[in-house]
Design a protein around this ligand. Structure first.
Ligand SMILES: [Zn+2]
Length: 151
């Protein structure tokens, strides 16, 4: 660890203790060159993604659930499973960039829909009809119409 005062690269640890409910380690260090002391924190880098559900509840992100939803939308369509897996991976990369490690189920659905729109219109419509739980048939039909126009 580089000394923040003189930038010397050598220090000794004079005290180690766990901090913040055992989730990180605090080390008191002393620079061997200027003898000034500073503190470092060490913690495990975990990025557990959480999904904010429609009802405001939160649950751990489950990659199987996403994969299953996309596969179901693609059933009996001429889409190789490698394409489905690639799509899921692309969505996951975007999810893991989410600020604060939280995404809403709507955001996940929108990301998948954006990907499916470029892949297969039938898969898109299937996924949209399940995911968006259209209460309004007209709204759903409008969206389908827009999609058919663009393909
Ligand atoms: Zn120093």
């Amino acid at each position: 660890m580089r000394c923040p005062f003189c930038f010397c690269d050598d220090d000794k640890v004079i005290e180690t203790r766990s901090a913040r409910n055992q989730t990180s380690v605090r080390r008191r260090r002393e620079c061997t060159a200027c003898h000034r002391r500073f503190t470092t924190y060490e913690s495990v880098e975990l990025n557990p993604l959480r999904v904010v559900k429609r009802n405001g509840g939160r649950e751990a992100y489950d990659p199987e659930k996403l994969r299953h939803g996309v596969r179901t939308a693609c059933v009996k369509l001429p889409i190789p499973s490698s394409e489905v897996d690639a799509l899921v991976s692309r969505v996951e990369v975007q999810l893991h960039n989410a600020l604060g490690g939280e995404v809403s189920s709507e955001e996940i659905g929108d990301l998948v829909l954006r990907e499916l729109a470029g892949l297969d219109p039938v898969a898109y419509i299937r996924f949209a009809s399940v995911y968006r739980r259209y209460q309004d048939l007209q709204k759903f039909l409008d969206e389908v119409r827009v999609l058919l126009k663009s393909t």
